[in-house]
Design a protein around this ligand. Structure first.
Ligand code: FES
Ligand code: CO
Length: 348
């Protein structure tokens, strides 16, 4: 599936940028191949519009914010949050008239600007920990990966990769068969609960305050269609580490990885920098493998293009639900034309 060519995927919310990155002025972001300008108005509310002035196409993201509006750096045409041109400095006596740029839905939530390019089908997912006492938030990663959203999503729910991809961090190489899952399908997503045995390497021992070499992760996993997941991990000592990861589609080959965590312990118990360092190791292990996969993952699991095994169940359900979504909106799955995409060059 090529995300940028499935119009229905424009109707979901994606986190696109940490809000604080807009404190010093407008910034560009490419979402599903749409070049956007993002800015904060005088109330601190975010706006998103086409990053291309209606006059001579200059990038508005090179301009500046004046009050609630964005000013083009080239001749100063000024646009409001709805994309309407409200001022043309060279013709102050005439109404700015019909000039406008396309504007998109933008919201501030969980420290990020979220954007929906179309008419939203669902809300931004609710994260109860964001408002519950006893949790702190740790912003972990905001970085581009050369992988498609679906690849990262199915990886996030695939407990069979722990023993291999994560054998140097928490995976148990001698326990390659994960528990069967009972996946509960929901509107625009699914959830399941499972328990996985894991290794407890030295840094984790310290962060979890658990002495044993192995432990168990009690996991509640949620998929937010199309490219969001929440993994709530509870350790036997009651500690909760809930991670939210979005693979925001930049284009068909690149995702902006937005990851933050809610923790039930305190900064004195476990410094955020050390928690990030451990999750960084784990994430790098995933990244290396995911960037080696073809970006165009087929939704049709019966096509024979890829082989499957029982532990692929979350990814299979994901593909089935995405197929049903496309069908519901009268879309065909867009694919890279021709056969297999060439292997990506290996980094030296
Ligand atoms: Fe934007 Fe001229 S190009 S004002
Ligand atoms: Co992984």
């Amino acid at each position: 599936m090529l995300a940028t060519q499935q119009p229905v995927l424009r109707r979901f919310w994606y986190p696109v940028m940490p809000l604080e990155q807009l404190d010093d002025g407008p910034k560009p972001f490419r979402l599903m191949n749409e070049e956007l300008v993002l800015w904060l108005d005088s109330e601190g509310d975010p706006h998103a519009a086409e990053d291309r002035c209606a006059h001579r196409t200059a990038r508005l993201s090179l301009g500046w914010v004046e009050g609630d509006n964005i000013v083009c750096p080239y001749h100063g045409w000024t646009y409001d949050g709805g994309g309407g041109c409200v001022r043309i400095p060279q013709t102050p006596d005439r109404p700015a008239g019909r000039a406008k740029v396309r504007a998109f839905h933008a919201e501030a939530r969980y420290g990020y600007v979220w954007v929906c390019l179309g008419d939203p089908l669902t809300d931004i997912p609710h994260m109860p920990e964001a408002n519950e006492p006893g949790y702190r938030v740790i912003h972990q990663f905001y970085e581009v990966w050369r992988t498609a959203g679906l690849r990262l999503m199915e990886n996030s729910f695939d407990n069979a990769h722990f023993s291999f991809v994560h054998r140097e961090s928490f995976g148990q190489f001698d326990k390659p068969i994960p528990a069967r899952l009972n996946i509960v399908e929901e509107d625009f997503g699914f959830r399941f609960e499972t328990v996985a045995p894991v290794n407890n390497p030295p840094l984790q021992k310290k962060l979890l305050k658990m002495d044993s070499d192995t432990t168990e992760r009690h996991m509640t996993s949620k998929w937010f269609m199309p490219f969001g997941r929440k993994l709530n991990i509870r350790y036997p000592n009651g500690l909760v580490h809930a991670i939210i990861t979005y693979a925001t589609p930049i284009d068909d080959e690149h995702s902006m990885i937005c990851q933050w965590a809610y923790r039930s312990d305190s900064e004195e118990d476990a410094p955020a920098q050390q928690i990030i360092a451990f999750d960084r190791q784990v994430t790098e292990e995933d990244k290396r493998v995911l960037e080696s996969t073809d970006h165009d993952a087929p939704l049709d699991t019966a096509s024979g293009e890829e082989r499957h095994m029982p532990s692929d169940q979350p990814g299979m359900v994901m593909r089935k639900m995405l197929m049903a979504l496309l069908a519901r909106f009268g879309e065909e799955e867009a694919r890279v034309s021709g056969a297999r995409i060439p292997m990506k060059e290996k980094a030296s």
